[in-house]
Design a protein around this ligand. Structure first.
Ligand SMILES: *[C@@H]1O[C@H](CO)[C@@H](O)[C@H](O)[C@H]1NC(C)=O
Length: 284
């Protein structure tokens, strides 16, 4: 599989990612508990043996979700240990240096508790910012999960621009920061069918999409189908520069070609790298 992809694009870099939301913190906490538990050689053997170009740490999140506060410093140690070992490997292997990257949180309080940004940013080749899922409280009001800018309603910290600047101001260089864009929306049940915009009262997450089958989520292609075939109404959040759609008591905030184009331009202005998350977006 990796060989097939590489034959089409020889300069492609393919990373092995470990972690994710469902993986949680437990096994990471056990690993970083002592320095000797961090077996960098093992990871190198696996990465080289399977043709990967490096490792993406997707611990969601150090010092969060059952992980003790000291895991913030231990995560830094993990990054430093792997970096040193990977750098040394080059001397004997004569191969190109393994990449070391991390997928990181975009919520302000999680960032503050989880990362010594100035330290990890020196050692990581890229920082994959999960700048989506910024809202998921389905029981209050409609909110967009990945707005570019803040709204007039005071949820100041929960937008892409804020989070990007937080990572930059605390010591990440621009060329390392990768802006994540989701190709799905988060869907709500509206409390009434009169208030259908942003900050409208909600009553839980909407039922799963017919293909993706995950409560509170709709994929971009499911949203397109709702708009094109089911008569959903599209709206645009001017302050936040992102779209939403609704019908009856259903509401979804998502990204489309217009909002992704705006995010790409924002990105180019700041000289970031850009990443599309999950399934492919259809650019027409
Ligand atoms: C954590 O590690 C244990 C022991 O190796 C393993 O059985 C379990 O599947 C791991 N948990 C996750 C979420 O990977």
């Amino acid at each position: 599989m990796i060989r097939d992809v590489r034959s089409k694009n020889p300069v492609l870099k393919i990373l092995l990612a470990i972690g994710g939301w469902n993986h949680g913190s437990d096994n990471f906490t056990r690993m970083v508990a002592t320095q000797s538990n961090i077996d960098a050689s093992n990871s190198m053997t696996f990465i080289r043996g399977n043709g990967f170009d490096g490792l993406d740490l997707d611990w969601e999140y150090p010092a969060n979700r059952g992980s003790p506060p000291e895991d913030k410093q231990r995560f830094t140690q993990l990054v430093e240990t792997l970096r040193t070992k990977y750098d040394n490997e080059v001397l004997t292997s004569g191969r190109s240096r393994l990449l070391l990257t991390a997928a990181v949180a975009a919520g302000k309080s999680t960032i503050e508790s989880a990362y010594e940004i100035n330290k990890i940013a020196q050692h990581l080749d890229f920082i994959n910012l999960m700048s989506y899922d910024l809202f998921s409280d389905y029981n209050s009001v409609t909110q967009h999960n990945s707005p570019l800018y803040k709204s007039l309603v005071p949820y100041d910290a929960f937008n892409v621009d804020f989070v990007i600047n937080m990572w930059l101001n605390r010591g990440t260089s621009k060329h390392k920061l990768i802006l994540g864009v989701a190709t799905y929306g988060r869907s709500f049940i509206l409390r009434d069918t009169i208030q259908t915009g942003f900050d409208a009262p909600t009553n839980g997450a909407w039922t799963p999409g017919s293909f993706t089958k995950e409560k509170g989520f709709l994929s971009y292609y499911e949203i397109c189908s709702n708009i094109n075939n089911q008569g959903w109404t599209e709206g645009w959040l001017d302050e936040q520069q992102v779209p939403y759609a609704y019908t009856g008591d259903q509401w979804v905030g998502y990204d489309n070609t217009r909002s992704v184009t705006i995010k790409v331009r924002y990105n180019q202005d700041l000289k970031h790298i850009f990443l599309i998350n999950q399934n492919q977006i259809l650019i027409d």
